[in-house]
Ligand binder design. Structure first.
Ligand code: GCV
Length: 670
């Protein structure tokens, strides 16, 4: 039975085929190692009911847990000589002597958490050995929490950190949160919204920094470093300087002094994240400076303290005239940042949304990946379900990410997942990931209890992008629901959810048919005459934008191979064919049916699949905790309503445009 607050840390009585030792010897002295030892002690208690005791001086003749950092453990034991990266660990089970060694203290902590997961997954037995290292150096979570306690695009209750303009949190809960994140490998967290408005501007003042320092201290033993979102115009809005021009010496000095103050309170701060010149946020463009000028100025202020600047590439004109066809928002990030490749300081990391638009249900991977060769960068994903169902609809996002990670970015013949590694000049490496998180104050953290799988899945995939969505669904389901039929059925349910959601949503990658502002439910022309640059331009005979060389030219931003693939409707992946092409409704797709008939079919099918998910959930009733069953049940019911609305509005819209009936004569409202 699931206690939804505990997520993948369920209490249960497991049987283990080895006799677990009743002593822990720790060979490391730092704060993170101490946390690792406590986690092991509490974790064993949670899973078996008994609590091993801790000893400081190792008795090498005893059966025990021997844990520590490799450099110390090697003095006592011969450990397998696998090369581990930072954060890596090895686990070795020899009868009832169990060794967990980390390359460093975070590695030890990850090793302990992995050992506990493997215990729950039934994999620990005599002779068991494994070693693992994180593939991504940077595994970040972004909160879009506001100081008034609301969460931008949050669907799981209020902020875990703020309320009424000040820090306001339950430190026990924050520690539980840190444990959840660290257990799956997260090592950075930005705590406030990238739209830094109102009281959030005060975060880099002494009064607020004191509080931020206390929060950092809760995350620190879990190996998680804080990042602060800052407002680019702070020198004048906070510092009362006449300008925030990045090339003005008084501005640079202001930031240097501010950085010193920030690091006084949070000595291990990872750095700042900045949304500049984007959706109304201030930035260097105001002063006719480049993004490199802006980012480097901040980077130089943080550099003496080891801090980094995470600079977002979500820069586009959000004041577009829908009449103006000469301009395509999809081209914006590449146009702004590709010419600056190599112009950024070494402690600047560009954070690039995975696609050219904005976390759509289906959109292509941004052409910036594979083209930046001299600039550090990470990929930004969204765990919070802004466009994927608001944590009302079930949508298992590791499936979205798996497709992204399998994209062949071309230039060096590598898929995104093969490009993830530490920065190396000239190699287009992606240093890791950031994701807007889906958590809030709801008891189950994520609104929809099954949306916990998205948080877990993100962390696991960023640890190692080679994990498949199926592996993650299976693992999360067993950790949460225990080994058995229920877990198997829930895993299958998760894997049905994204295909269903995609089918009843905007067709074939055309994007933005959602209700403006809210971004839940259909509004087919909601963005058609707006300033946001996201149009589909459907008329009576065709839909979509020609983004090839003869259209907006967006396809030309890709590698030669990808330009060729995307430019021809015959080779373009059909799940995003309407992102790249303007097609007539009678265009014949690869399955031999017209585009229009495929739109009808996918929307009828998507609804049926949502209905089947609801039925499957009802069938699981007797195996689930009442609270878990009921809260998700009401969500599955609302999801079906949403799917019905999408199905009928989309089908009616295209039927009215074309006057062509469904070839299977299903009900389309005229
Ligand atoms: C934080 C989208 C969202 C905004 C968000 C923005 C961003 O436009 O709708 O809520 O603002 O992305 O990523 O900065």
């Amino acid at each position: 039975m699931l206690n939804e607050y505990d997520c993948w840390f369920q209490k249960r009585q497991i049987t283990v085929p080895v006799k677990l030792p009743d002593v822990i010897y720790s060979c490391a002295s730092g704060e993170i190692a101490a946390q690792a030892a406590r986690e092991l002690q509490n974790g064993i208690k949670r899973l078996t009911g008994f609590s091993p005791v801790m000893h400081v001086n190792p008795d090498l003749n005893r059966n025990a847990f021997f844990i520590g950092v490799i450099s110390c453990m090697e003095n006592y034991f011969h450990l397998p000589a696998d090369r581990l990266a930072a954060g890596g660990f090895l686990i070795n089970v020899k009868e009832d002597r169990i060794y967990i060694a980390g390359q460093d203290e975070p590695g030890l902590l990850y090793g302990v958490f992995r050992f506990l997961s493997l215990l729950s997954l039934g994999q620990i037995k005599d002779g068991f050995e494994t070693s693992d290292s994180p593939v991504s150096p940077l595994r970040m979570i972004n909160h879009w929490d506001n100081f008034d306690g609301t969460v931008e695009r949050g669907y799981a209750g209020g902020s875990l950190f703020f309320k009424d303009g000040v820090f306001d949190y339950d430190s026990g809960r924050v520690a539980d949160y840190a444990r959840l994140l660290a257990s799956a490998g997260i090592n950075r967290i930005s705590i406030n919204n990238v739209n830094v408005r109102a009281k959030a501007k005060l975060l880099i003042t002494e009064e607020y920094l004191r509080e931020a320092g206390k929060l950092a201290a809760i995350f620190r033993p879990f190996g998680i470093k804080l990042i602060l979102s800052v407002n680019f115009s702070s020198p004048w809005s906070l510092g009362k300087l006449p300008t925030a021009d990045p090339l003005d010496p008084s501005v640079a000095l202001w930031w240097k002094e501010r950085a010193a103050l920030v690091y006084k309170y949070i000595p291990d701060l990872a750095g700042f994240i900045v949304k500049a010149d984007s959706e109304g946020e201030p930035g260097p463009f105001q002063y006719n400076r480049t993004h490199a000028d802006g980012a480097n100025m901040l980077a130089r202020a943080l550099e003496p303290f080891g801090g980094e600047v995470i600079w977002r590439c979500f820069v586009y004109n959000c004041q577009q005239d829908w009449r103006d066809r000469s301009f395509d928002r999809a081209c914006a990030a590449y146009n702004h940042f590709k010419p600056l490749d190599g112009a950024f300081d070494k402690n600047v990391i560009l954070q690039i949304k995975f696609g050219p638009y904005d976390f759509q249900v289906r959109e292509p991977v941004s052409p910036l990946f594979g083209s930046l060769l001299k600039t550090r960068h990470v990929m930004e994903l969204q765990i919070t379900q802004e466009y994927t169902g608001h944590q009302i609809d079930l949508c298992f996002l590791p499936q979205v990410w798996e497709d992204i990670l399998n994209f062949n970015a071309g230039r060096q013949g590598r898929r995104i997942k093969d490009m993830v590694s530490p920065f190396s000049e000239g190699e287009a490496n992606i240093e890791g990931f950031a994701a807007v998180v889906n958590t809030g104050k709801d008891n189950n953290w994520t609104g929809h209890t099954l949306a916990q799988a998205n948080l877990y899945g993100y962390a696991r995939m960023t640890w190692n992008p080679a994990f498949t969505a199926k592996e993650i669904a299976d693992e999360w389901s067993v950790l949460s629901f225990g080994e058995g039929e229920t877990a198997r059925r829930i895993s299958k349910l998760l894997l049905k959810s994204y295909p269903a959601y995609e089918k009843y949503n905007a067709p074939f990658g055309v994007c933005f048919m959602v209700t403006p502002g809210l971004h839940y439910g259909p509004n087919i022309e909601g963005y058609e005459y707006s300033r946001w640059g996201t149009y589909h331009r459907a008329d009576n005979s065709a839909i979509g934008i020609d983004r090839t060389a003869s259209g907006t030219g967006y396809t030309e931003q890709y590698s030669k191979e990808n330009t060729a693939i995307f430019s021809d409707p015959k080779t373009c992946p059909e799940n995003m064919i309407l992102f790249f092409h303007r097609l007539r409704y009678d265009y014949v797709m690869r399955n031999g049916k017209t585009l229009l008939q495929n739109i009808y079919d996918t929307h009828f099918e998507g609804y049926e699949e949502a209905a089947a998910m609801l039925e499957e959930w009802k069938n699981l009733k007797e195996y689930l905790e009442k609270e878990v069953y009921e809260s998700a049940l009401s969500r599955f019911e609302r999801q079906l309503e949403n799917a019905r609305e999408w199905r009928d509005q989309i089908n009616t819209y295209f039927f009215r445009k074309t006057g062509i009936a469904d070839e299977k004569s299903r009900k389309i409202y005229s």
